[in-house]
Design a protein around this ligand. Structure first.
Ligand code: SAM
Length: 262
């Protein structure tokens, strides 16, 4: 059973503007700590909407994007066609991070990027191991993985399972959780900034928007989680050093940037 990520991405792309692309570009550049990717190769594993691949391309990288879901591949291709002049430095195809035959043909990359993907493959630890093997010596791996919240993670896994079970359970989950997330966000933004609609009507971090993020969250299945400590130790044992990290104490992803030491 899988959530149709690509369908959600295609829907999201109707709202993409140059402003959202700028937000994506600035967040990528800031988090990686590089304002110019010229001369670097960039692999986007599970490219989804393709927005972050476009950001890397505009920062100067030679980009390779792949995704398991054909609708996501088409979404990424749409972004390439719409926002570039069919740039020769951007290659897009269908592929899986769990498919060793496919990965063996890819080679290695200076920056390997996989935001919110590896925990949705059905085999997160194998996907992490395969991603590591795609990093060039001294290269970087930027991954975002769902935080392990113990009981709450099990709860959300059940919600996501029901979302994907059939159209009746999907309708009920939407009915229950969409108002919950909207009301919570409006309340939060009112209390902390006196701007009730700040988050729901503005581009999110990385250029995403609120509605599609919520659908991705309540529907995203398969679903696995990991604590920051477990990820840190896993990479340390494999010769990587942590160069940047953002963690959450709540639902959502922990972000890590590791560097492979040659
Ligand atoms: C939550 S989306 C994240 C998309 C994008 N990385 C971003 O940051 O917006 C997860 C993506 O991972 C893709 N995916 C799931 N399993 C995959 C696999 N085995 N190999 C490659 N991509 C996969 C999904 O199709 C989906 O497009």
């Amino acid at each position: 059973m899988r959530f149709r990520f690509g369908k959600n991405w295609k829907n999201y792309l109707k709202s993409v503007t140059e402003n959202k692309i700028d937000v994506a570009l600035n967040s990528l550049s800031k988090t990686i700590g590089l304002s110019d990717f010229t001369g670097k190769t960039f692999l986007d594993i599970g490219s989804g909407s393709g927005l972050m691949s476009l950001a890397a391309l505009r920062l100067g990288a030679k980009v390779h994007s792949f995704d398991y879901d054909m609708d996501s591949v088409e979404a990424t291709q749409f972004v390439k066609t719409t926002f570039t002049n069919e740039d020769k430095n951007w290659h897009i195809e269908q592929g899986s991070i769990l498919d060793n035959d496919y990965l063996n043909k890819l080679g290695k990359f200076n920056i390997v990027y996989s935001w919110g993907v590896l925990h949705h493959t059905g085999n997160m630890w194998k996907a992490i191991e395969n991603s590591i093997n795609l990093v060039e010596d001294n290269g970087m791996l930027f991954i975002a993985l769902y935080n392990d919240q113990g009981f709450f993670s099990k709860f959300w896994k059940a919600v996501k399972y029901l979302f994907n079970l059939n159209f009746v359970t999907r309708f009920l989950i939407k009915l229950l959780f969409l108002p919950y997330f909207y009301l919570f966000q409006i309340l939060f933004d009112t209390v902390y900034g006196f701007k009730p609609f700040k988050t729901i009507f503005n581009a999110q971090n990385r250029g995403m928007n609120f509605y599609h993020d919520v659908i991705d969250w309540i529907g995203g299945y398969p679903f696995e989680v990991a604590s920051p400590g477990k990820i840190f130790n896993y990479f340390k044992e494999r010769g990587f050093i942590l160069i940047n990290m953002t963690t959450t104490t709540s639902v959502g992803c922990n972000e890590f940037i590791f560097q492979k030491i040659s």
